[in-house]
Write a protein that binds this ligand. Structure first.
Ligand code: SF4
Ligand code: SF4
Length: 349
Protein backbone atom coordinates (compact mmCIF):
# COMPACT_ATOMS: atom_id res chain seq x y z
CA UNK A 1 0.00 0.00 0.00
CA UNK A 2 1.34 3.47 -0.91
CA UNK A 3 1.97 6.18 1.67
CA UNK A 4 -0.86 8.42 0.50
CA UNK A 5 -3.38 5.58 0.72
CA UNK A 6 -2.19 4.90 4.24
CA UNK A 7 -2.65 8.53 5.15
CA UNK A 8 -6.31 8.36 4.15
CA UNK A 9 -6.86 5.54 6.61
CA UNK A 10 -5.15 7.46 9.38
CA UNK A 11 -7.43 10.47 9.00
CA UNK A 12 -10.05 10.88 11.72
CA UNK A 13 -13.30 9.91 10.02
CA UNK A 14 -16.47 11.94 10.02
CA UNK A 15 -18.81 10.12 12.41
CA UNK A 16 -21.64 8.95 10.28
CA UNK A 17 -22.41 6.25 12.83
CA UNK A 18 -22.65 8.31 15.98
CA UNK A 19 -24.90 5.71 17.55
CA UNK A 20 -21.80 3.57 18.09
CA UNK A 21 -20.84 5.93 20.97
CA UNK A 22 -17.52 4.32 21.76
CA UNK A 23 -15.40 4.61 24.87
CA UNK A 24 -12.13 2.74 25.26
CA UNK A 25 -12.28 0.85 28.55
CA UNK A 26 -8.97 -1.03 28.49
CA UNK A 27 -6.11 0.77 26.75
CA UNK A 28 -3.65 -2.14 26.69
CA UNK A 29 -3.72 -5.53 24.93
CA UNK A 30 -5.61 -8.24 26.84
CA UNK A 31 -4.98 -11.33 24.74
CA UNK A 32 -2.00 -12.99 23.10
CA UNK A 33 -2.60 -15.38 20.21
CA UNK A 34 0.58 -17.39 20.53
CA UNK A 35 1.04 -19.54 17.44
CA UNK A 36 3.23 -22.39 18.70
CA UNK A 37 3.33 -23.92 15.19
CA UNK A 38 1.39 -23.52 11.97
CA UNK A 39 1.54 -27.29 11.37
CA UNK A 40 -1.60 -29.34 11.73
CA UNK A 41 -2.48 -33.01 11.58
CA UNK A 42 -5.93 -32.24 10.15
CA UNK A 43 -6.86 -30.69 6.82
CA UNK A 44 -10.07 -28.78 7.36
CA UNK A 45 -11.58 -27.45 4.18
CA UNK A 46 -12.26 -24.07 5.80
CA UNK A 47 -8.69 -23.44 6.93
CA UNK A 48 -5.42 -22.98 5.05
CA UNK A 49 -2.97 -22.77 7.95
CA UNK A 50 -1.92 -26.42 7.70
CA UNK A 51 -0.46 -25.71 4.26
CA UNK A 52 2.23 -23.44 5.76
CA UNK A 53 5.68 -24.80 6.57
CA UNK A 54 6.47 -23.95 10.16
CA UNK A 55 8.93 -24.43 13.03
CA UNK A 56 7.85 -24.89 16.65
CA UNK A 57 8.02 -22.05 19.16
CA UNK A 58 11.14 -22.28 21.31
CA UNK A 59 10.32 -22.63 25.05
CA UNK A 60 13.15 -20.32 26.13
CA UNK A 61 11.85 -17.62 23.83
CA UNK A 62 8.28 -18.20 25.00
CA UNK A 63 9.42 -17.69 28.61
CA UNK A 64 11.00 -14.34 27.73
CA UNK A 65 7.97 -13.22 25.74
CA UNK A 66 5.63 -14.15 28.58
CA UNK A 67 7.55 -11.80 30.88
CA UNK A 68 7.06 -8.99 28.38
CA UNK A 69 3.41 -9.86 27.79
CA UNK A 70 2.82 -9.56 31.52
CA UNK A 71 4.34 -6.08 31.50
CA UNK A 72 2.17 -5.11 28.54
CA UNK A 73 -0.95 -5.99 30.55
CA UNK A 74 -1.98 -9.16 28.69
CA UNK A 75 -4.26 -11.43 30.74
CA UNK A 76 -5.02 -14.41 28.50
CA UNK A 77 -2.65 -16.55 26.43
CA UNK A 78 -4.25 -18.56 23.65
CA UNK A 79 -1.73 -21.22 22.65
CA UNK A 80 -2.86 -21.83 19.13
CA UNK A 81 -1.80 -23.19 15.77
CA UNK A 82 -2.10 -25.21 13.56
CA UNK A 83 -2.66 -27.94 16.09
CA UNK A 84 -1.01 -26.77 19.33
CA UNK A 85 -0.70 -30.31 20.70
CA UNK A 86 1.82 -31.07 17.93
CA UNK A 87 4.28 -28.97 19.95
CA UNK A 88 6.29 -31.50 21.94
CA UNK A 89 6.65 -29.17 24.91
CA UNK A 90 3.17 -27.70 24.93
CA UNK A 91 2.78 -28.76 28.58
CA UNK A 92 5.92 -26.78 29.46
CA UNK A 93 4.64 -23.70 27.60
CA UNK A 94 1.28 -23.89 29.38
CA UNK A 95 3.05 -24.37 32.72
CA UNK A 96 5.17 -21.27 32.12
CA UNK A 97 2.06 -19.22 31.40
CA UNK A 98 0.25 -20.52 34.48
CA UNK A 99 3.29 -19.78 36.68
CA UNK A 100 3.14 -16.19 35.51
CA UNK A 101 -0.56 -15.98 36.41
CA UNK A 102 -2.04 -15.86 32.91
CA UNK A 103 -5.34 -17.42 32.02
CA UNK A 104 -4.68 -20.03 29.36
CA UNK A 105 -6.80 -21.28 26.51
CA UNK A 106 -6.23 -23.95 23.89
CA UNK A 107 -8.37 -25.44 21.14
CA UNK A 108 -7.58 -28.90 19.81
CA UNK A 109 -8.93 -31.25 17.16
CA UNK A 110 -8.35 -33.98 19.82
CA UNK A 111 -6.19 -36.29 17.71
CA UNK A 112 -3.42 -35.97 20.30
CA UNK A 113 -5.38 -35.03 23.42
CA UNK A 114 -5.64 -38.60 24.78
CA UNK A 115 -1.83 -38.82 24.74
CA UNK A 116 -1.38 -35.43 26.39
CA UNK A 117 -4.28 -35.38 28.82
CA UNK A 118 -2.46 -36.32 32.05
CA UNK A 119 0.34 -33.82 31.43
CA UNK A 120 -2.05 -30.99 30.58
CA UNK A 121 -4.26 -31.47 33.60
CA UNK A 122 -4.86 -28.19 35.45
CA UNK A 123 -2.87 -26.13 32.95
CA UNK A 124 -5.67 -24.99 30.62
CA UNK A 125 -8.39 -22.68 31.93
CA UNK A 126 -10.45 -22.71 28.74
CA UNK A 127 -10.00 -26.00 26.91
CA UNK A 128 -11.95 -26.36 23.68
CA UNK A 129 -12.56 -29.52 21.66
CA UNK A 130 -13.51 -28.82 18.03
CA UNK A 131 -16.60 -30.68 16.87
CA UNK A 132 -18.80 -29.65 13.95
CA UNK A 133 -21.23 -32.55 13.73
CA UNK A 134 -22.83 -35.19 15.91
CA UNK A 135 -22.08 -37.73 13.20
CA UNK A 136 -18.69 -39.32 12.69
CA UNK A 137 -18.78 -39.38 8.89
CA UNK A 138 -19.71 -35.69 8.62
CA UNK A 139 -17.25 -34.45 11.21
CA UNK A 140 -14.40 -36.51 9.74
CA UNK A 141 -15.20 -35.26 6.25
CA UNK A 142 -15.17 -31.64 7.40
CA UNK A 143 -11.83 -32.08 9.19
CA UNK A 144 -10.17 -34.11 6.41
CA UNK A 145 -9.08 -36.82 8.88
CA UNK A 146 -10.80 -39.33 11.16
CA UNK A 147 -10.92 -37.38 14.42
CA UNK A 148 -14.52 -37.84 15.65
CA UNK A 149 -13.63 -40.91 17.72
CA UNK A 150 -10.73 -39.01 19.27
CA UNK A 151 -13.09 -36.21 20.32
CA UNK A 152 -15.36 -38.73 22.02
CA UNK A 153 -12.41 -40.44 23.73
CA UNK A 154 -11.04 -37.05 24.79
CA UNK A 155 -14.37 -36.09 26.39
CA UNK A 156 -14.25 -39.27 28.50
CA UNK A 157 -10.61 -38.83 29.47
CA UNK A 158 -10.98 -35.14 30.31
CA UNK A 159 -14.03 -35.94 32.46
CA UNK A 160 -12.16 -38.65 34.34
CA UNK A 161 -9.37 -36.16 35.09
CA UNK A 162 -11.75 -33.49 36.35
CA UNK A 163 -11.14 -31.21 33.36
CA UNK A 164 -14.03 -29.18 31.98
CA UNK A 165 -13.61 -28.86 28.20
CA UNK A 166 -16.08 -27.01 26.01
CA UNK A 167 -17.29 -28.18 22.63
CA UNK A 168 -16.39 -25.61 19.99
CA UNK A 169 -18.83 -25.92 17.11
CA UNK A 170 -17.99 -23.92 14.00
CA UNK A 171 -21.32 -23.05 12.42
CA UNK A 172 -21.81 -23.12 8.64
CA UNK A 173 -25.02 -23.06 6.65
CA UNK A 174 -24.59 -26.78 6.01
CA UNK A 175 -24.29 -27.88 9.65
CA UNK A 176 -26.88 -25.60 11.32
CA UNK A 177 -29.15 -28.63 11.61
CA UNK A 178 -26.47 -30.50 13.59
CA UNK A 179 -26.51 -28.12 16.56
CA UNK A 180 -29.42 -29.87 18.21
CA UNK A 181 -27.86 -33.33 18.05
CA UNK A 182 -24.48 -32.12 19.34
CA UNK A 183 -26.22 -30.29 22.19
CA UNK A 184 -28.64 -33.08 23.12
CA UNK A 185 -26.48 -36.13 22.51
CA UNK A 186 -23.00 -34.95 23.39
CA UNK A 187 -22.98 -31.77 25.47
CA UNK A 188 -25.88 -32.29 27.86
CA UNK A 189 -25.04 -35.89 28.83
CA UNK A 190 -21.41 -34.91 29.50
CA UNK A 191 -22.19 -31.56 31.14
CA UNK A 192 -20.16 -29.64 28.54
CA UNK A 193 -20.68 -26.07 27.40
CA UNK A 194 -21.46 -25.79 23.69
CA UNK A 195 -19.72 -22.81 22.11
CA UNK A 196 -21.30 -21.73 18.83
CA UNK A 197 -18.68 -20.12 16.64
CA UNK A 198 -20.15 -18.61 13.45
CA UNK A 199 -17.80 -19.23 10.53
CA UNK A 200 -15.93 -16.27 9.05
CA UNK A 201 -14.28 -15.70 5.68
CA UNK A 202 -10.70 -14.61 5.29
CA UNK A 203 -8.16 -14.39 2.49
CA UNK A 204 -9.04 -16.86 -0.25
CA UNK A 205 -10.33 -19.59 2.06
CA UNK A 206 -13.68 -20.84 0.84
CA UNK A 207 -16.02 -21.30 3.78
CA UNK A 208 -19.16 -21.68 1.66
CA UNK A 209 -22.16 -19.36 1.68
CA UNK A 210 -22.38 -16.76 4.44
CA UNK A 211 -24.83 -17.46 7.22
CA UNK A 212 -28.28 -16.28 6.16
CA UNK A 213 -30.38 -13.93 8.26
CA UNK A 214 -32.62 -16.88 9.11
CA UNK A 215 -29.59 -18.87 10.34
CA UNK A 216 -28.33 -15.91 12.37
CA UNK A 217 -31.74 -15.66 14.01
CA UNK A 218 -31.69 -19.38 14.74
CA UNK A 219 -28.28 -18.97 16.37
CA UNK A 220 -29.63 -16.24 18.60
CA UNK A 221 -32.37 -18.65 19.62
CA UNK A 222 -29.82 -21.40 20.41
CA UNK A 223 -27.68 -18.95 22.34
CA UNK A 224 -30.46 -18.49 24.90
CA UNK A 225 -30.39 -22.14 25.94
CA UNK A 226 -28.78 -23.33 29.14
CA UNK A 227 -25.19 -24.43 28.62
CA UNK A 228 -24.80 -22.80 25.20
CA UNK A 229 -22.43 -19.89 24.68
CA UNK A 230 -22.98 -17.63 21.72
CA UNK A 231 -21.50 -14.17 21.56
CA UNK A 232 -24.50 -12.19 20.33
CA UNK A 233 -22.16 -9.42 19.20
CA UNK A 234 -20.87 -11.80 16.50
CA UNK A 235 -24.43 -12.05 15.19
CA UNK A 236 -25.01 -8.30 15.33
CA UNK A 237 -21.73 -7.65 13.53
CA UNK A 238 -22.76 -9.95 10.67
CA UNK A 239 -26.15 -8.28 10.44
CA UNK A 240 -24.34 -4.93 10.26
CA UNK A 241 -22.17 -6.12 7.35
CA UNK A 242 -19.04 -6.73 9.44
CA UNK A 243 -16.33 -4.21 10.28
CA UNK A 244 -16.48 -0.93 8.35
CA UNK A 245 -13.28 0.91 7.59
CA UNK A 246 -14.95 4.27 8.10
CA UNK A 247 -15.88 3.51 11.72
CA UNK A 248 -13.96 0.35 12.64
CA UNK A 249 -15.02 -1.83 15.51
CA UNK A 250 -11.89 -3.98 15.06
CA UNK A 251 -9.19 -3.37 17.64
CA UNK A 252 -7.03 -6.32 16.57
CA UNK A 253 -3.64 -4.68 17.06
CA UNK A 254 -4.37 -2.81 20.25
CA UNK A 255 -6.30 -5.60 22.02
CA UNK A 256 -4.36 -8.65 20.84
CA UNK A 257 -0.71 -9.50 20.41
CA UNK A 258 0.03 -12.10 17.75
CA UNK A 259 3.29 -14.03 17.95
CA UNK A 260 4.35 -16.43 15.19
CA UNK A 261 6.24 -19.71 15.66
CA UNK A 262 9.28 -17.94 14.17
CA UNK A 263 9.14 -15.49 17.11
CA UNK A 264 7.81 -12.56 15.14
CA UNK A 265 5.21 -10.01 16.10
CA UNK A 266 2.49 -10.13 13.42
CA UNK A 267 0.41 -7.03 12.70
CA UNK A 268 -2.33 -5.98 12.61
CA UNK A 269 -3.71 -9.54 12.84
CA UNK A 270 -2.65 -13.05 11.82
CA UNK A 271 -5.17 -13.26 9.00
CA UNK A 272 -4.04 -10.04 7.34
CA UNK A 273 -0.42 -10.45 8.42
CA UNK A 274 0.60 -7.18 6.82
CA UNK A 275 3.95 -6.93 8.61
CA UNK A 276 6.09 -9.16 10.80
CA UNK A 277 8.76 -7.85 13.19
CA UNK A 278 11.55 -9.88 14.77
CA UNK A 279 10.96 -9.86 18.51
CA UNK A 280 14.60 -10.37 19.52
CA UNK A 281 13.86 -10.74 23.26
CA UNK A 282 12.36 -7.25 23.53
CA UNK A 283 8.66 -7.53 22.84
CA UNK A 284 7.74 -4.71 25.22
CA UNK A 285 9.83 -2.06 23.49
CA UNK A 286 8.99 -3.39 20.05
CA UNK A 287 5.27 -3.15 20.83
CA UNK A 288 5.66 0.47 21.90
CA UNK A 289 7.88 1.40 18.93
CA UNK A 290 6.82 4.06 16.47
CA UNK A 291 6.63 1.63 13.55
CA UNK A 292 4.36 -0.77 15.41
CA UNK A 293 2.14 2.03 16.76
CA UNK A 294 1.59 3.24 13.19
CA UNK A 295 0.45 -0.20 12.11
CA UNK A 296 -1.81 -0.57 15.12
CA UNK A 297 -3.46 2.70 14.13
CA UNK A 298 -4.54 0.96 10.90
CA UNK A 299 -6.46 -1.81 12.69
CA UNK A 300 -9.82 -2.22 11.02
CA UNK A 301 -9.08 0.60 8.55
CA UNK A 302 -7.29 -1.25 5.74
CA UNK A 303 -9.14 -2.06 2.52
CA UNK A 304 -9.18 -5.79 3.42
CA UNK A 305 -10.88 -4.90 6.72
CA UNK A 306 -14.15 -3.91 5.09
CA UNK A 307 -16.79 -6.48 6.03
CA UNK A 308 -14.39 -8.46 8.25
CA UNK A 309 -15.98 -10.69 10.92
CA UNK A 310 -12.95 -12.63 12.15
CA UNK A 311 -14.08 -13.84 15.57
CA UNK A 312 -10.55 -14.24 16.97
CA UNK A 313 -10.06 -10.46 16.90
CA UNK A 314 -13.61 -9.25 17.24
CA UNK A 315 -14.02 -11.00 20.60
CA UNK A 316 -11.16 -9.06 22.27
CA UNK A 317 -12.16 -5.92 20.34
CA UNK A 318 -15.61 -6.05 21.92
CA UNK A 319 -14.01 -6.48 25.36
CA UNK A 320 -11.80 -3.38 25.35
CA UNK A 321 -14.15 -0.73 24.04
CA UNK A 322 -17.63 0.09 25.24
CA UNK A 323 -20.01 0.32 22.28
CA UNK A 324 -23.16 -1.45 21.14
CA UNK A 325 -21.17 -4.68 20.54
CA UNK A 326 -19.77 -4.55 24.06
CA UNK A 327 -23.34 -4.49 25.38
CA UNK A 328 -24.38 -7.28 23.01
CA UNK A 329 -21.43 -9.43 24.16
CA UNK A 330 -22.01 -8.81 27.87
CA UNK A 331 -24.79 -11.35 28.65
CA UNK A 332 -22.92 -14.25 27.02
CA UNK A 333 -19.69 -13.22 28.77
CA UNK A 334 -21.45 -13.25 32.13
CA UNK A 335 -23.13 -16.56 31.31
CA UNK A 336 -19.85 -18.27 30.35
CA UNK A 337 -18.02 -16.94 33.36
CA UNK A 338 -20.78 -18.03 35.69
CA UNK A 339 -20.62 -21.56 34.36
CA UNK A 340 -16.85 -21.81 34.18
CA UNK A 341 -15.71 -19.58 37.03
CA UNK A 342 -13.19 -17.89 34.72
CA UNK A 343 -13.44 -14.55 36.53
CA UNK A 344 -12.52 -16.23 39.80
CA UNK A 345 -9.35 -17.50 38.14
CA UNK A 346 -8.72 -14.05 36.68
CA UNK A 347 -8.93 -12.47 40.14
CA UNK A 348 -6.32 -14.90 41.42
CA UNK A 349 -3.79 -13.62 38.84
S1 SF4 B 1 -7.74 -28.46 13.03
FE1 SF4 B 1 -7.70 -26.23 13.19
S2 SF4 B 1 -5.67 -25.59 12.47
FE2 SF4 B 1 -5.98 -27.71 11.82
S3 SF4 B 1 -6.72 -27.52 9.72
FE3 SF4 B 1 -8.51 -27.65 11.09
S4 SF4 B 1 -9.11 -25.54 11.60
FE4 SF4 B 1 -7.01 -25.51 10.70
S1 SF4 C 1 -10.70 -5.89 10.50
FE1 SF4 C 1 -10.15 -8.04 10.24
S2 SF4 C 1 -8.52 -8.05 8.73
FE2 SF4 C 1 -8.68 -5.95 9.50
S3 SF4 C 1 -7.21 -5.81 11.18
FE3 SF4 C 1 -9.19 -6.38 12.06
S4 SF4 C 1 -9.17 -8.62 12.17
FE4 SF4 C 1 -7.55 -8.01 10.75
Amino acid sequence: MGGSDTAIFLQPQKRKYDYLQTMRLIPHPVLCNYYVTYRCNAKCGFCDIWEKPSPYADPGTVAINLRHLKKLGVKVIDFTGGEPLLHRQIDTLLGLAKEKGFLTTLTTNCLLYPKWAEKLKGKIDMLHFSLDSAYKSEHDRSRGVACFDFVMESIDIAGSLGERPDILFTVFEHNMDQIEAVYENICLPNDLVLILNPVFDYNSVNTGPSLSKESLDKLTHWGKKTGIYLNEAFIQLRKDGGNHVTHPVCKAGSSTIVISPENKLVLPCYHLGLREFNIDNDLENLYHSEEVRKLIALEGRLPECEGCTINCYMQPSFAVEMNRYWWKALPSTIKYNRIKGTWKNMLKT
